[in-house]
Write a protein that binds this ligand. Structure first.
Ligand code: 5GP
Ligand code: MG
Length: 237
């Protein structure tokens, strides 16, 4: 059963701790809200996979904290594997995806639960599900912590969604900007000035940005993308 009901459609952005005030404009989702929602997703997933063993496939690296909390809510036998995928952008153009970490475990005949941090345009999950489908799993379902529905290009829906969020660039709880902020225990909103200043910044800062392709991707996120292809269908356990 999909859990895609918007819970934070009109999100109230709260006050942020002083330590992060310089870079964040607010907290979008608190630690307590994350845990409550993840427990609910865990219950829904557990119901759907009664009597089945699951292969959890998690996309690196943004899922690290979400995955750790979600796994603790899944009371059935499972295996976990990781896939690495990056998107490279040039200017405002949507970039191509590069797989930089392949699965180790056998997918054929498995009930795959694909876990990602954010469903944005849908490009990543469309490509990953197509790649997984070619490996002949028994079924594929997708679970995302965050869904930026209004950014979708084409039609892709996740089976389990934590929170539907507005079109804001978020960090924390595993999500990065230039590989930073992953350790924040909440999901916060990064001030646009943090990433728009990069181009004007002194040399050392620009170097960090160049090394991290996700930076330009992140900046590109707020720019409307072109229409894409329709999503591939996913199987059911
Ligand atoms: P899509 O392929 O759906 O457009 O993009 C999905 C990926 O883009 C996510 O898995 C995530 O890595 C990245 N992404 C999209 N929006 C954000 C955001 O607001 N913050 C961060 N840190 N990453 C994002
Ligand atoms: Mg990602």
């Amino acid at each position: 059963m999909p859990l895609s009901k918007p819970r934070l459609a009109d999100t109230l952005i709260r006050r942020i701790p002083p330590s992060h005030r310089a870079d964040l404009s607010g907290i979008l989702i608190s630690e307590a809200e994350l845990q409550t929602r993840i427990a609910a997703i865990g219950r829904a997933i557990a119901k759907d996979y009664v009597g089945k063993e699951v292969l959890v496939v998690s996309l690196l690296s943004g899922t690290v904290l979400f995955l750790a909390d979600l796994l603790r809510q899944l009371p059935f036998p499972l295996r976990v594997d990781f896939m690495g995928v990056s998107s490279y952008h040039s200017g405002t153009e949507s970039g191509h995806l590069v797989f930089n970490k392949e699965l180790k475990l056998e997918v054929k005949g498995s009930h795959v639960l694909l876990v990602d941090d954010i469903l944005d345009t849908g490009k990543t999950l469309r490509a990953v599900t197509a790649k997984l489908e070619a490996l002949q799993p028994a079924s594929i379902r997708t679970c995302v912590l965050l869904d930026k529905k209004e950014r979708r290009v084409g039609t892709f829906e996740a089976d389990y969604v934590g929170f539907v969020i507005p079109n804001l660039f978020v960090v924390g709880y595993g999500l990065d900007y230039a590989e930073r902020y992953r350790n924040l225990p909440f999901v916060g909103v990064l001030k646009p000035s943090v990433y728009s200043e990069v181009a004007e910044a002194p040399e050392p800062v620009r170097k960090v940005a160049k090394k991290a392709p996700k930076v330009s991707k992140a900046v590109g996120k707020s720019i409307p993308a072109k229409k894409g292809k329709k999503a591939g269908s996913t199987g059911r356990p």
